[in-house]
Design a protein around this ligand. Structure first.
Ligand code: APR
Ligand code: PHB
Length: 394
């Protein structure tokens, strides 16, 4: 097979890149090791920055988010038993975020790709990337017992944190930065009305972090911080609901509608960045290059901004015959990535209880929360990062 861009991975990054490249008239094929149902079965994020929504519209898959996405003009911080609204819309001159699940984003992108008849190879086994340091890169993979090859101009590594692309670059050519947090998130999905459908609620209590979110007006998403070695089997639904209630304010706790969990899992938290994001004709985008703790809801939005930059860089190459976009991609993407990493690390540090944070450290956290909700300047900093910084900040 011959194509212009071989995309590895059919998660949000790969699918969105494929859609934007197709719109620019650039041939592409996606190789995905799992099945479509497996990809859709991953329960992930649910808050979209406006730039991400705009990209879905640009890619021709904006109908779902426009119809079912729920605009959030504010968020709420709850600590010491009191809930404080942060008027994100007012503090950012009218910007907002949209609640719309990653699963729905992925399904919309999959459906659009299928409708356009674009090639996606699911259950592609043993995908390997070759000769990307030269001008004839290629990808090999196995399908139905056959070894197959894709010859291309460029390879896009959209294969996530555990993918093959980052693992295939020469050891000395990449630098990895990582911070692993000493706790995890226990998340529950339940088909019950969200307790706060128009404002995500972030909690910091002596028992740890909590988060009240949603996927729709009938489906809620909740999290509580838990020890890294905790086991989901140790958490009955009732234990979860009781623990969540104990970490928020009495009014909110009284209004939570509980029900059976349809998904319950524990996820670790890490900050991770691999630099650079280009290796000859191989480019990394999304989780293949970086991971953020989910606190700031930046993972999917960073993947989208990488893809926006990479798709326009490839369009410059093919349409304008200019190398500038691909030459600048890594530096441009990393500038936004590191700012989102900073925000995600800061909000995680502010809202969670750390095993070693007692005495002075705890008082600093409490002072910062008190300052944050009473200072317009401090709230503006939170708000402008929460809605998403511009693609390019000069
Ligand atoms: N060969 C082919 N496909 C692969 C390989 C491989 N060797 N390794 C991984 N993949 C596929 C995975 O099965 C997955 O479908 O690549 C895809 C990567 O998708 P994601 O992990 O979702 O990463 P990305 O598309 O960048 O989306 C980032 O997902 O993890 C969340 O918080 C993150 O919301 C953010 C979003
Ligand atoms: C979610 O709905 O999964 C979610 C929302 C906001 C966050 C993190 C996760 O900051």
């Amino acid at each position: 097979m011959r194509t212009q861009v071989a995309i590895i991975g059919a998660g949000p990054s790969g699918l969105l890149l494929g859609a934007l490249l197709h719109k620019a008239g650039i041939d592409n094929v996606i190789l995905e090791r799992q099945t479509p149902d497996y990809v859709l079965g991953r329960i992930r994020a649910g808050i979209l920055e406006q730039t991400t929504v705009d990209m879905l519209v640009e890619a021709g898959v904006g109908a779902g988010v426009k119809k079912d996405g729920i605009a959030h003009h504010s968020i709420e911080l709850v600590f010491s038993g009191v809930r404080h609204p942060i008027d994100v819309h007012g503090l950012t001159g009218g910007k907002l975020v949209t609640a719309y699940g990653q699963t729905e984003v992925t399904r919309d992108l999959m459906d659009a790709r299928n409708s356009a008849g674009l090639p996606t190879v699911y259950e592609a086994a043993n995908v390997s990337v070759h000769d990307f340091d030269g001008d004839r890169p290629r990808v090999t993979y196995q399908k139905d017992g056959q070894m197959l090859e894709v010859n291309c101009d460029f390879i896009a590594g959209c294969d996530g944190f555990h993918g093959v692309c980052r693992a295939s670059v020469p050891a000395g050519s990449i630098t990895e930065y990582e911070k692993v947090y000493p706790f995890g998130w226990l998340g529950v999905l339940a088909d019950v009305p969200p307790v706060s459908p128009h404002a995500i609620v972030y909690g910091n209590s002596p028992k740890g972090f909590s988060l009240c979110s949603m996927r729709s007006m009938t489906r809620s998403r909740y999290y509580v911080q838990c020890p890294l070695d905790d086991k989901v089997e140790a958490w009955s639904d009732q234990r979860f609901w009781d623990e969540l209630r104990s970490r928020i304010d009495p009014e909110l706790a009284a209004n939570i509608v509980t029900g059976p969990s349809i998904e319950k899992s524990i996820a670790p938290l890490r900050s991770f960045v691999a630099e650079p994001m280009r290796f000859g004709s191989l480019f990394l985008a999304g989780d293949a290059s970086h991971i953020v703790p989910p606190t700031g809801a930046k993972g999917l939005n960073l993947a989208a901004s990488d893809v926006k930059m990479l798709s326009s860089a490839l369009a410059q190459h093919y349409v304008d015959k200019s190398p500038n976009g691909i030459d600048n991609y890594s530096q441009r993407a990393l500038a936004r990535i590191w700012k989102a990493e900073r925000f995600s690390w800061w909000l995680t540090s502010l809202m969670h209880r750390f095993p070693d944070s007692e005495g002075f450290g705890q008082k600093m956290q409490e002072a910062e929360l008190d300052y944050l909700v009473h200072s317009k300047a401090a709230s503006m900093v939170l708000a402008e990062n929460y809605v998403g910084l511009p693609l390019d900040q000069h």
